[in-house]
Ligand binder design. Structure first.
Ligand SMILES: *Cc1c(COP(=O)(O)O)cnc(C)c1O
Length: 420
């Protein structure tokens, strides 16, 4: 069955997938074909039941097919699936986001994280009247042209540093710097201060595996932006509503000018958002000169699923509990590896963690790449055979949902121990 689907997919979809990270290029073997998903489990077409630590690369924090999200979707669907006329749900979503993220007075809803970042960059350029954007190697900001330079996620496994088809003009307006290197970023910002529109950063870098910012690093970026008159953009598509009810920006001292969101705020439906102060956001069309639009933006199904997801998350407030379960899991994973003399580092924050087969936690993309990816591949497949689905790449982050109970985590630990 799987082989049949695989050959059909390969003959009509490039690479057989609609997004490269699903193709298992980093780990080898045939990709998965899903039948359905429920709670913490993904069920495949070849009748496997997998405990899911990929969770659609992050959005499914309540687990799959949450009954409240499903009900909200069903109720919304019968009222029509797109109007291109504003709904109260869009206003409610914007109220919920601006009410829970300190630096957001206003927010524009779009259809993906890629679009959110694309809009944030255009807005930063329009607002400052400047051209250049500084990003960090290994950070992923979606597949807009100017961000496909030394990017993480699915791009990290590809040999060339960037994508074909990106013009030298687009790539040339992007400055790239190693993460966690204050000296390098200071020098680059000072060199380009006159034409720097923004620094864009994943405040917790989660698309090269998980790389945490060193103490004071984000504050240094804030100060450099202030000096240069550039904006600071936190790309929180992956971290938004995963670590607290709001953005990671709520948890740190450094405050961004713009925040981008996606993934969790859509409850598993396509969405993105960009927000910041009213002064900056009012530069967007129709009131301002920076154009941005979308036929399906603020789509009623996405609003229904996203609002149901966020409201339940707000009521459950599971973040402390998720973090302590993740801590127990990763501590036990490390202990198991140490007992076997296998060098591994497992950075963790909240309900996110990633596995690097190297002795110390990587601080940047170069150190990420200097881990034993063959060992990751071997462990990934052994875990998969034992019913545990980790994200299919050493450059992705694993997630817990609220339904990853202690008993299920014990199953994961047993598989980990055996795999090692
Ligand atoms: C996933 C992700 C994106 C891209 O979002 P899409 O919805 O896949 O376009 C951008 N930035 C970060 C930090 C992400 O994790």
């Amino acid at each position: 069955m799987n082989n049949d689907l695989h050959s059909r997919a390969l003959s009509v979809i490039p690479g057989g997938v609609n997004s490269p990270a699903r193709a298992f290029k980093s780990v080898g073997g045939n990709p998965l074909y899903a039948e359905r998903a429920e709670g913490p489990f993904l069920y495949t077409r070849d009748d496997r039941k997998l405990l899911d630590f990929c969770l659609s690369f992050g959005p499914m924090i309540l687990g799959h097919a949450d009954p409240d999200v499903v009900k909200a979707l069903q109720e919304a669907a019968v009222k029509g699936t797109s109007y291109a006329v504003t709904t109260e749900a869009e206003i409610e979503m914007a109220e919920l986001l601006t009410g829970s993220i300190r630096v957001m007075d206003k927010v524009r809803l779009v259809n993906s994280g890629t679009e959110a970042v694309m809009t944030a960059l255009r807005l930063a350029r329009g607002y400052t009247g400047r051209n250049k954007i500084l990003k960090f190697s290994g950070c992923y900001h979606g597949h807009t042209d100017s961000m496909l330079v030394q990017a993480g996620s699915g791009v990290a496994g590809i040999a060339s540093a960037s994508s074909a088809g990106v013009t030298s003009e687009a790539a040339g307006s992007t400055l790239v710097c190693p993460f966690n290197d204050v000296e390098a970023v200071t020098q680059l910002v000072r060199e380009h201060a006159d034409d720097l529109a923004a620094i864009v950063v994943e405040p917790l870098a989660a698309n090269m595996g998980l790389v945490l910012p060193q103490a004071g690093y984000l504050m240094q970026l804030r100060q450099l932006c202030d000096e240069a008159g550039a904006l600071l953009i936190f790309d929180e598509v992956i971290t938004g509503y995963r670590l607290t009810f709001g953005a990671y920006a709520n948890l740190c001292e450094a405050q961004p000018d713009l925040v981008t969101l996606g993934k969790i705020i859509g409850g598993g439906l396509p969405i993105g958002a960009v927000g910041g102060s009213a002064e900056i956001m009012d530069h967007l069309a129709p009131d301002g000169p920076v154009y941005q639009a979308g036929t399906l933006s603020g789509n009623p199904l996405c609003m229904a699923a996203g609002l149901a997801n966020l409201r339940k998350l707000q009521a459950l407030d599971p973040f402390a509990d998720l973090a302590s379960r993740c801590e127990r899991l990763t501590d036990a994973m490390k202990a198991s590896a140490a007992a076997k003399g296998i060098p591994v580092s497992i950075p963790r924050f909240g309900s996110m963690f990633s596995i690097f087969f190297r002795a110390s936690e990587p601080q940047n993309f170069a150190e990420v790449m200097d881990s034993d990816t063959d060992r990751f591949t071997s462990v990934f497949h052994k875990m998969l055979d034992a019913g545990i689905y980790l994200p299919p790449s050493p450059f992705e982050t694993s997630f817990l949902s609220v339904l990853h109970s202690d008993a299920l985590l014990d199953q994961m630990l047993e598989a980990w121990d055996n795999a090692l």
